[in-house]
Design a binder for this molecule. Sequence first.
Ligand SMILES: *Cc1c(COP(=O)(O)O)cnc(C)c1O
Length: 442
Amino acid sequence: MTTIPKPGPGLRQAASVTPPAAAHADPSRADDLLAFARRADAADPLAAYRARFAGAESDLVYFDGNSLGRPPVSAIERIQTFLREEWAGRLIRGWDEKWLRLPYEIGDRIGRSVIGAAAGQTVIGDSTTVLLYKLARAAVDAQVARDPQRTEIVVDTDNFPTDRYVLDGIAKERGLTLRWIEVDTSAGVTAEQLASVVGPQTALVVVSHVAYRSAHLADAAELTRITHDAGALILWDLCHSAGATTVEADAWGFDLAVGCTYKYLNGGPGSPAFAYVRAGLQGELAQPIQGWWGTSDMFAMGPEYVPAPGMQRFVSGTASIVGMLAMQDTLEMIEEAGMAAIRAKSEALTAYAIRLHEAWLAPLGVTLATPAEPGQRGGHVTLHHPAMREVNAALWTQDVIPDYRDPGGLRIGLAPLSTSFDEVYRGLAAARDTLRTLLATT
Ligand SMILES: *Cc1c(COP(=O)(O)O)cnc(C)c1O
């Protein structure tokens, strides 16, 4: 790996000529953990992207890019230009000239560059929670209409709260039953677990591709196949996958998916989410928030709602154009770097964090709550210890920013484009010292 030249301005080339597997050496062989970080940063074909994020030059250690990504430097310029030229300059003409198409154009771009979806199946709008509601409601209604026996929605006990709450609401609204898969907070849904609960009674299965607590990476192709064998539909939550982990929505046979854009896609606080609906399914679904933006001729302002063809029928009201600006800068970076190289760096970063955990934190009683097998984990690492709530709070006062999730989990989010190996080293060294101090004084 030391023979790989330092990436310079020819980033695109550096990323494409360097096989990702060779670019990231195995940290378990590194005896000097700091020297490893230095070598890994020097050899990292994606290293130069870090400078393209505002604030990354400071000493702050940011382990929350999986929750709110850093802003791209070029987004600042893009937003200012939008305000001056597009909003101030074009005023309401902007809708016809450009903005009306943006939810579909950026949706297609996310489809192509991030989640492996052909054009015409992805759209941006609303929050993940609202899109999840719209797609899940549409899916169960279509299933029950086709076969009244299909009265169950399958979801796991450790799925993200909004997923569980939304599905609980839909079940109550439609007289359906939630079928729970019991999942440990340091694991995720397995093929065996899913196979044991789906059947002729299943309408819909909802799974997070990457579990928000443990980072467990579900076998999406296999879980989708099991769901389809049972005659059910599956909705994937890609919030912790999009921009960190490769996703092949079309190739893996997804029916439906939703995901955030303010995490690894750096869209900014509250930037709108994306929805994917398989082309062959779109015409069969009717979503419950029937707004004027989803009707087939919105400016006819006709007497009743007629669902538009294609992805437009999943849109409800006026799109947040301002919220769609910053993510375009990240999409440019992802298109340059490629998701395969981004995933390779993500695996290398999580492997390094786990190596540091073994060397420094395991001896203090910290346990790994993330799958040790790289192919089974997403872009973050969760470390368990009863004192982690206090450790997290103390780290924030030192400009080291991970987050805390019950029970006792310190969550280390490692956004591949903006995180350096040196940053991982500094952050986990601070976690070690903080925990050591806490344990000595209590
Ligand atoms: C972050 C996240 C959400 C967030 O939903 P919002 O509507 O944007 O608040 C949903 N699901 C998962 C799995 C998440 O990680």
